[in-house]
Write a protein that binds this ligand. Structure first.
Ligand code: KIV
Length: 282
């Protein structure tokens, strides 16, 4: 399998070939995603909620993101990986945004970065792109501004917010982003943006008529327990599988059913020789 590049994603849009991608935060999940043939992976700052137990993504740091990006890269060396810029890493200035975006490539071998926002982050996207780093935009429900949006809420369901999202999407494209992720908006808006924009438009919770779909691994695998957004399809139940395995293990330990002879290293000398040894020390 050869690693995809930006031209592949542009070609896929042109040819109507869908991109399937998922988040991953660690080595094994990166490996499973690559083995399954995922087109790309996002190391999202959702790692703060799914992996670190924060109530939202705000506390996630650059160091958290870089460390998890490196682990995923080790697991998925042949997959296009998007590094997600955490809150605070690009809000302060274009210079900070460039400096931190560059770190994702230099220190974690990411292929591009993603940041949240439309019109208001256009100068950041332009600056990062001009520094030679590919940028994916992210509009709609943007978790880092969930506080301002009044929580994790769908948007673009009325003409007023849809208009402002169209302006955001155009600003992201004009600023030089190579693709855009649209989260939790009305499907008709996603379909319109997919036709209107030249760059690939990906959906998370934004309908089927676009260039590809993203889901959060913790949601689709039934690992994240706090809540499950309406747009998620749950493909596995890792939480139940783990809890049941742990329960069985506890019971088998308590009852001396584990370990059995299959799980130990048998002695190489005779029992009599071992007994002599034990007698020496008794
Ligand atoms: O951090 C993340 O996983 C994301 C998704 C919510 C799109 O940005």
């Amino acid at each position: 399998m050869s690693k995809k590049n930006v031209l592949d994603f542009i070609r896929m849009k042109k040819e109507g070939e869908k991109v399937a991608w998922v988040t991953a935060y660690d080595f094994p999940m990166g490996m499973f995603a690559e083995q399954a043939g995922m087109d790309m992976i996002l190391v999202g700052d959702s790692l703060g909620m799914v992996l670190l137990g924060y109530k939202d993504t705000i506390p996630v740091t650059m160091e958290d993101c870089l460390s998890h990006c490196r682990a995923v890269r080790r697991g998925a060396p042949k997959t296009w990986i998007v590094g997600d810029m955490p809150f605070g890493s690009y809000q302060t200035s274009d210079e900070d945004a460039v400096k931190n975006a560059v770190r994702f490539l230099k220190e974690a071998d990411m292929d591009c970065i993603k940041l949240e926002g439309g019109v208001r982050v256009a100068s950041r996207i332009k600056a990062i792109n001009e520094a030679g780093v590919l940028v994916m935009g992210h509009i709609g429900l943007t978790p880092q501004s969930a506080g301002q949006l009044g929580g994790f809420r769908a948007t673009g369901r009325d003409v007023k917010t849809a208009r402002s999202l169209i302006e955001d999407a155009l600003a992201v494209q004009d600023a030089g982003a190579y693709s855009i992720l649209v989260e939790a908006v009305a499907p008709e808006l996603t379909e319109f943006l997919t036709r209107k924009l030249d760059i690939p438009v990906y959906s998370i919770g934004a309908g089927v008529k676009c260039d590809g779909q993203l889901l959060i691994c913790g949601d689709m695998l039934g690992q994240f327990q706090a809540f499950t957004p309406k747009f998620v399809k749950v493909y596995a139940n890792i939480a139940e599988t783990c809890t049941n395995a742990f329960k069985q293990y506890i019971s088998e330990v308590k009852n001396e059913e584990f370990p059995t002879d299959d799980h130990v290293y048998p002695r190489k000398d005779s029992l009599e020789d071992f007994q002599k040894l034990f007698d020496e020390y008794s």
